[in-house]
Write a protein of this length. Structure first.
Lengths: 160, 160, 160, 160, 160, 160, 160, 160
């Protein structure tokens, strides 16, 4: 079974996609990642969403820059939670951030920060963890590591 | 035969749609206008685009605010020229302007100014006029009227 | 049991909070709504988050304008999914939108559009629906109503 | 006969102009490309527009950064469709994007994304295709290639 | 003889034009004010600039909103100083402010603040005063009045 | 005794923190600098604020990018003056600048410019100098040096 | 003795000035408030700063919109802490916010949010409280009231 | 006699100052260039303005980034025309552009584009040319060269 379905609007979003998939792997969450464009391959987006739903996907992640219609288009095709990650292809990512977050009432997209593939993965994990005690424990562990890592970064400071 | 197909993403875009249809009427261009949302009724958008294409539509106009995915989604479904009109539902329309204009390479949308339904109609007319001498004459007449109207507006100034 | 915990940073966010709670009621989701400020009553935010977690809250919604630290602060206190709603207290809500969405890696907030309390509620419902078939059915029904409502809005157009 | 007339406001827009001309060549559309500035050589712009119209140009493309008055000035001199391409000479291209898109009612410019010479060419092609079945076929073929290229980009992903 | 030539891009800029003309009158500077659009009546703009130059105009003022090409187009037609006043027809006037100020090297426009017709008039007066001692005295008197008016505004404060 | 407590939201703000600490050293002001995140280590922020207050800290400096909640969170925990320094992790620092400055009424943060660690240090010094004649003298000396350095920079100009 | 000196750049900033003075009164802090413009009455600004310094002013507050040079100009004349309050005369106050916060290194201004006269007063109080135990107590009391007021606002919610 | 007085707010504006002085040299206009900061050396700014006025300066040019108060401060000290050049020290120069252009009514600054020292010089020349036939001829010659240079840039295009 696959729990998270990641779709990138273009292969140019690869780096952000990678941050996303690496974080899911770290949390032991099964995912699939692919490329499909809301504008170039709309039928592909549709078939992937349907295919992923059949595979048991609980959360979708759409990664896109510029007009960044992909996360919203995924959201129009499913009632599963959809996370949108704007990338900074132009204007520092402001165009994509506004496109993804300013969805019309009725069809929400859960927007995370510009290029923040890691947070998309963590949000997906938190959503899955609502009904999965094991994942919840892993997120708590991750947070603790994060806490420790931030705390220990003070040492870097002291060395300089 | 219908020459221009106007789709509004929401009935709240009615005023902008009206400026668009009134201008087309003035130029004697046959059009159809409807409401369909890229996010709320994606299948409807698809069926309308197909239906309009069958009716002979040469140019599409998509009117939308906020995430404003509609014009781009129409463009993904047809190779006819698609004109996008951003509306100012939020942030003065900057969100919709960026969403509509910043399309990825390969699938263009012809963006006009915020709320500018009139310019969308005129651009559609100009596109049709490329192969329609009669419409071309009407546009030239319209431009002359516009010129005269601007010139005569000086009188308003003189009266005050 | 309470499923969604809504915290508004100020009573001035009441209208957005209401759109949120009305939508949850419509979907039959149990919620609690209160006011607590990340800056004025940080201890209260902490105690509410702990109290809500004990009551079984699966998703948090933080509503805030301006600096809008509330959703991020909630996210720092829990590993449950946190939805952030920016309100337009100033600058059209751009300040709050950026504050809420641009979270550092490790602590995500699921941002929805400016003032969009309805989408926050629907996103919360979608998250709960990942493990609740009944809510999933209600969301699908809601989407169908939305679709019909959008489709029937064409009639409004025809009347004018 | 020439079908598309491209005018760049400055030789510094050369890269964007090239993306434009290469795409037109790929689609077998005859074009001419030159440099003329709305501010530095306004008479030249006027004579080029008249010359291009005589040569049968159906669509104009104006490429400009900063104040980017060129596309609007072309539009004031012809009733042929005018496509405007903002370039990112400053402020990420936001200045040029606003200048080109926010035309006053009566004189439209069809704006495409920042630096997006390719989309300008494709939009020009779509406009010509309204009355040219052959070009329409070429655009459909181009779209199919685009679709296949996007689909095959998944392989790049798999290799990494 | 006329010293300042004011051109508004549209009669909708009337209020800003009025602030401009009233200030010039106060300073005893002869001016002419008219309406002509860079996009709707480009030939008119050209003929007015030539006519005004013959009448002895030393400074031009162009008032425009949206794309606001007018001041730049005037500047392309004359080597007299051109002052540009952006108006807030949309986006708070940011579109017009960027269009007017971001001129390409070689053809400057002296931009003043959004809707600030008064400052355009004062700047024109300062430019004329470079070779007109009488106007210089009037500007100094105006500044003194301004100083006194600002100083006496404290009394308004004390009354409340 | 420690007079200024500097907290950076992340070790990535090190450069800005350094400009801050170096300036304090130059003015002979005792400080402590550490890393603690409002989102990753909220409890740590709280304990540091309490610890610093016990050590006699008179002014806090919070340095953060993106959502930049840190300065506001410090301000919610103390009634000592809190200075916030936005860093340019994204969008040129506009996100952090808005987050830090747009605090709700009741809990102020003293915001300085993007990446401007030096100004944060000087502002802290000015605050301490309100009741410390010695520091006041040092600031005046610093200002004089600054004045001389600016004045002597003309020589650099002359050499080129 | 006067502890806080408030200078407004224009009488149009009266409302923001009032929020400032009322808050200072509530905290029992002696202040003086006046109008002086960095651009219209620069000498007056200078004489007021000197006069206020003689009267024992510990903190300055400058309130200004648009170019908003006033707080920075005050800061150039004194080494006392200067708080800047941007007002929303245009562009939602973004122009003034950037002008006031983006000071060059060496001369800091403590910027608070747009129109936020209350926070300017509280920040001034916090600065004074660094060496005034009595004011510190009053601020703590104020914060407690704020806390209680925020907590009791929940009742407003319950009534609706 | 000196005709143009250039003041840079910081030696970091050297490149923009150079474009300015080189253009003035080309036009045979006598100028002086120096560094003085509105915030770091306000008295120096004042003495330079007075000194330059005595030397016969007809136009001032102020070059500054960030808060960019310099041009406005110069304008407050003289009734000669003041040209302001924003530089892109941060945020692409948007902060400085707004600071310089959004002057309060009564004290205008003639703003040119970001980093556009050349246009500042040309605008100064145009202002001087109002009463100097010789300079007017030189500007016309410059414009002709500019025209020819733009026209000949087409050849560059043809070669590639």
């Amino acid at each position: 079974m696959v729990e998270v379905g990641i779709i990138m609007g273009s292969i140019s979003n690869k780096e952000t996609g990678k941050k996303c998939s690496e974080t899911l792997e770290k949390l032991g969450i099964k995912y699939k990642i692919t490329v499909a464009s809301a504008h170039r391959t709309p039928e592909k987006v549709k078939s992937i969403v349907k295919e992923y739903e059949k595979k048991g996907v609980k959360v979708f992640i759409g990664i896109a820059g510029l007009s960044a219609a992909l996360p919203g288009v995924i959201a129009s095709l499913t009632t599963k939670p959809v996370i949108g990650v704007p990338t900074d292809a132009a204007l520092g990512g402001l165009d994509a951030l506004l496109s993804i977050s300013q969805m019309p009432s009725g069809v929400p997209v859960a927007t995370v920060g510009v290029n923040n593939g890691k947070n998309a993965a963590l949000l997906a994990a938190e959503i899955i963890a609502v009904s999965d005690r094991e994942i919840e424990e892993k997120i708590k562990k991750y947070r603790n590591e994060l806490r420790r890592s931030t705390e220990s970064s003070v040492k870097t400071l002291e060395k300089t």
